[in-house]
Ligand binder design. Structure first.
Ligand SMILES: *[C@@H]1O[C@H](CO)[C@@H](O)[C@H](O)[C@H]1NC(C)=O
Ligand SMILES: *[C@@H]1O[C@H](CO)[C@@H](O)[C@H](O)[C@H]1NC(C)=O
Ligand SMILES: *[C@@H]1O[C@H](CO)[C@@H](O)[C@H](O)[C@H]1NC(C)=O
Ligand SMILES: *[C@@H]1O[C@H](CO)[C@@H](O)[C@H](O)[C@H]1NC(C)=O
Ligand SMILES: *[C@@H]1O[C@H](CO)[C@@H](O)[C@H](O)[C@H]1NC(C)=O
Ligand SMILES: *[C@@H]1O[C@H](CO)[C@@H](O)[C@H](O)[C@H]1NC(C)=O
Length: 642
């Protein structure tokens, strides 16, 4: 099921309020009361509730102040003034947009938040997003996800099995709307929302899918595709078929259903169903109190160290927030038996013939030690079975612990390959400089700014209390000065498993598979394999006539708003005039805090280095939801069956 709804299941029974004389006498009914305690909600009713909160100038000032001061730390800020080709579509004058939103008149708080959400989403950096939780309590599902196959665009042929897992409430809602949606599975799509389907996909890739700079990678985010999450194999519905920020109530399609006798397109309107995943409420005021007002984890807190210096560095995270996905129906699961080391988010298999091992690394979010143990267990079993070739599937891997990505590279490259990652910097703006200075003077540990987390570019550990941010290093982009810290590498814990002294597989016999939705730590892992070992990479999907890249968002580390705020508070700088205030609403302004530079060109962030895979394949009806068929295809076509 959709993961966000776990929260709903935990919120317990809702108390139905007794009607009092006063509430009966109320002039206009509260639009939120109508949808209280419902799970499958009519999106028109949900919108009426969400738009019932008036625009509030105090909240605008507060949110924009946080957003603007978080952008002071954003490593890619000045690149956006004129995004380098082929990423021109993302060009944004960030400060001008904030000024525009500051002076626009909005009818409701929803309209203000939508404008801010859209502007930041359209920068196409999944590490840098504004998430107003108040307006993201629903997953608005369209029961017509699409896929791009070798022969055209289709409603996902397995959409009925997939979506019927939502049960009777879902199908009952659609039946009551008179929708015959199940008939549409597998239909060839001609137009959506009044646009020829390709133009429609362009529009969604340009305005809704905000996670990747490269256009064709965003196209893959629009459509439905397989992945592994903490709960196992799943299928994303794609940004076309699920809205985390609820906007629409229905969408018009022109399509040719499977088995159509006329073979002519017909026009069909498909309704959305809004699935509620927020905290329970009974009316507008309780909706606001439970879903919109700041909670005790919205803002940061002073990090209390447990001892002077931590025993190992604070593990850096780089990951994306994706739209929701649904568990794979059993019929689509791989039929192969998983090897050892497959109980977590890595699932490994040996392909028929015993020549090729597959490691599907679904995410890098697993606990670091568990990740290292799982990699070792799978490789040991591969070796014991005589496997000589390795496929690593990173389809829809949206990142996680940076050190896990660097570990996987070192394990495959062998222990002799000591420096596994890229040179990185953070910004040296005046507040960041004060934070690093405070870390040094107060002897702080447990913070992300602590120098203990970094190695010098030589690989030598930085001393515990070292000021790497003053003096700053000049850096200029698009005519603006944006000084940075000194360069440093990530310091990672010593893994609990022994690194092999030599590569366990000839690196010419290793290939990576993905769909370009490979973000953050996944982008770092694939880039380092590509740049250092010329590893073969096969990227699937998108439009076959547009360039695709094997990696998506390729920053190096993300800080969530509460994490940045904790750094400021721990440094004792919350009262500094440059510091952002606490957020008054329940939301998150995350940002890319650290940039990684390409090994091949140490002046260019890997995020802006266009790196195309050696192989770009289309999905077919046999591969779009079937990883096992993808693997056997790549084994034969890329690694050679001999
Ligand atoms: C605007 O929001 C602030 C902060 O939540 C609140 O104190 C104030 O009452 C709101 N103003 C109006 C007019 O509702
Ligand atoms: C279907 O809708 C399109 C506009 O998207 C319109 O041009 C066409 O005439 C409609 N076809 C039918 C059969 O109603
Ligand atoms: C769908 O098409 C119908 C008929 O052309 C039109 O009246 C309606 O506004 C369209 N709906 C949307 C959401 O575009
Ligand atoms: C935040 O509030 C929840 C209850 O709403 C409580 O369980 C939790 O301990 C609190 N956390 C902190 C850090 O205060
Ligand atoms: C592959 O290995 C399995 C288990 O060791 C064995 O049963 C099978 O016969 C092997 N297949 C081939 C083609 O070698
Ligand atoms: C799989 O793991 C078990 C338990 O650790 C171990 O006994 C077994 O030898 C492993 N199998 C292979 C083929 O590595």
């Amino acid at each position: 099921m959709l993961r966000p709804f776990i929260r709903f299941a935990c919120s317990g029974l809702l108390v139905v309020p007794l009607l009092t004389r006063a509430s009966l006498a109320a002039a206009t009914p509260d639009p939120c009361t109508k949808i209280a305690a419902q799970f499958f909600v009519d999106p028109a009713d949900a919108l009426t509730c969400l738009k019932s909160f008036p625009f509030n100038e105090t909240l605008r000032q507060n949110i924009l102040s946080v957003v603007s001061r978080v952008f002071d730390f954003y490593t890619f800020e000045d690149f956006y003034l004129n995004s380098p080709a082929p990423y021109k579509q993302s060009t944004t004058d960030i400060r001008a947009e904030i000024r525009r939103i500051e002076s626009t008149q909005y009818a409701t708080d929803y309209d203000f938040n939508q404008d801010l959400y859209d502007f930041i989403t359209q920068m196409n950096d999944g590490h840098t997003r504004w998430f107003p939780n108040c307006y993201m309590t629903f997953e608005n599902v369209l029961p017509a996800p699409i896929v791009i196959l070798d022969t055209g665009v289709y409603i996902a042929p397995n959409s009925v099995e997939l979506l019927n897992q939502f049960g009777d409430g879902f199908s009952g809602f659609l039946a009551a709307k008179g929708s015959d949606w199940e008939r549409l599975a597998g239909a060839e799509v001609i137009a959506i929302g009044g646009l020829p389907v390709r133009q429609y996909i362009d529009k969604i890739a340009g305005t809704v899918s905000g996670n990747y700079l490269n256009y064709n990678n965003r196209v893959n985010s629009v459509v439905s595709s397989y992945r592994i999450s903490n709960s196992g194999f799943q299928q994303r519905l794609g940004d076309h078929a699920i809205e985390p920020f609820l906007k629409q109530t229905s969408l018009n399609f022109s399509l040719i259903p499977v088995g159509s006798t006329s073979g002519k397109p017909e026009n069909v309107s498909v309704p959305f169903v809004a699935l509620f995943g927020g905290n329970g409420f009974t009316d507008g005021p309780s909706y606001w109190a439970n879903n919109c007002a700041a909670i005790n984890t919205t803002n940061g807190a002073v990090i209390t160290p447990e001892g002077s210096l931590q025993t190992h560095p604070r593990l850096a995270r780089a990951s994306l927030v994706d739209s929701a996905a649904i568990d794979f129906p059993d019929a689509f699961l791989p039929t192969l038996t998983p090897t050892n080391g497959s109980t977590g988010t890595i699932k490994s298999y040996i392909l028929p013939g015993n020549k090729t091992g597959v490691m599907f690394v679904g995410t890098f979010e697993a606990e670091f030690n568990q990740f290292t143990v799982d990699v070792e267990a799978a490789v040991n079993q591969f070796k014991a079975s005589g496997v000589e070739k390795l496929l690593i599937d990173v389809t829809n891997n949206l990142g996680g612990q940076l050190c896990s990505g660097l570990f996987l590279h070192r394990y495959l490259a062998g222990a002799a390959f000591e420096l596994a990652g890229f040179q990185t910097t953070s910004r040296a703006n005046p507040l960041a400089q004060k934070i690093v200075k405070a870390n040094v003077e107060k002897g702080l540990s447990g913070t992300y700014y602590a120098s203990y987390n970094w190695l010098f570019p030589s690989g030598k550990q930085m001393p515990g209390y070292y000021n790497y941010n003053t003096p700053s290093i000049p850096f200029s982009v698009n005519g603006r000065d944006q000084p940075t810290s000194q360069r440093f590498l990530d310091s990672c814990p010593v893994p609990s498993v022994q690194l092999p002294s030599a590569p366990p597989f000839d690196l010419n016999n290793v290939a990576i598979i993905g769909n370009g939705c490979c973000a953050s730590t996944c982008a770092v892992f694939t880039s380092v394999m590509f740049e250092r070992h010329n590893t073969k990479i096969a990227t699937f999907g998108g439009f076959s006539d547009k360039p695709i890249e094997f990696k998506g968002s390729a920053g190096n580390q993300v800080l969530e708003w509460s994490e940045l705020d904790s750094e400021i508070k721990t440094a004792g700088l919350k009262d500094d005039p440059l510091a952002p205030p606490d957020l008054l609403v329940n939301g998150n302004m995350r940002h890319n805090w650290r940039t990684a530079y390409s090994f091949l060109d140490e002046t260019t962030p890997i995020a802006y280095l266009t790196e195309a895979p050696q192989y770009h394949f289309r999905y077919t009806k046999d591969t779009y939801n079937n990883p096992e068929n993808v693997w056997t295809f790549v084994e034969e076509v890329v690694l050679g069956s001999g």
